[in-house]
Ligand binder design. Structure first.
Ligand code: 6PG
Length: 231
């Protein structure tokens, strides 16, 4: 299920989303001494990152990661890691820990196995998950066009992280699997523009998750996705 929160403009959305996420991270630290959050890359979240980075939080107890990453050098303009370093791990949030998904040159089985163990130990289940959504209904790097989509959406997939090779978008990716993201305590979908609103409406109008993987979150009966939208 989902709840739509729409805002007059993107700045108002960024302020409110940062406020809400900060409260959830603080509550997690209060109850268990630590908190974890996965954010998405792409072009939408910059303003939100800026607002969140200025929040007074026990950042040293908070681990930030990405819902997915493109397997590119971290100095590439396509790197989500670079985006997060420049826009979220700044100001007060510069004290936060960052869990790197892009490790080494090749996205091989050994790298994935190490990352899976580390992710289980360091940050899963996530306290906060911020998803984005592509025009094709992908979220994280759960791409409908990829050969790996069955495995990526499988509820019995024991891996937290896997490799995905999209055919309609550049770069091979590492992504958290649907099964691992589904366990997040709080899930948000952050989108802007009327074209993304139309994609959202399409996602809500049918149930085939292989056609639009975001449906698997929006239509799950036990997950209440908070959709944050502004033009
Ligand atoms: C990525 C993402 C991806 C993104 C959507 C939306 O690395 O590309 O994590 O899931 O969130 O594609 O991207 P935009 O914000 O650029 O529309």
């Amino acid at each position: 299920m989902h709840q739509l929160n729409d805002f007059e403009n993107r700045a108002a959305l960024d302020t409110q989303l940062a406020e809400q996420v900060a409260a959830l991270l603080q509550a997690a630290v209060n109850s268990k001494g630590k908190a974890s959050i996965a954010v998405s890359g792409g072009s939408t979240p910059k303003g939100f990152f800026d607002a969140l980075s200025k929040k007074d939080l026990p950042w040293r107890k908070i681990t930030i990661t990405l819902a997915d990453e493109r397997w590119v050098n971290i100095d590439s303009s396509d790197s989500n890691t670079k985006l997060v370093h420049e826009n979220l791990l700044v100001n007060k949030a510069s004290d936060a820990k960052f869990f790197h998904l892009k490790q080494g040159e090749n996205l091989c089985a050994e790298t994935l196995a190490d990352l899976n163990v580390a992710a289980e130990n360091a940050l899963l289940p996530l306290d906060v998950l911020i998803l984005g959504m592509g025009e094709d209904g992908h979220t994280a790097s759960l791409f409908p066009c990829s050969e790996q989509i069955n495995e990526a959406l499988a509820l019995d997939n024991p891996s937290a992280l896997m490799k995905v090779v999209p055919t309609t978008a550049p770069h091979e990716r590492i992504t958290f699997t649907y099964a691992s993201l589904l366990k997040s305590a709080n899930t948000f979908l952050h989108i802007s523009s009327s074209s993304k609103k139309a994609v959202l409406e399409k996602a809500l109008s049918d149930t085939n998750t292989f056609e639009m993987p975001i449906r698997a979150f929006l239509q799950h009966p036990d997950v209440n996705v908070q959709v944050y939208w502004a033009e």
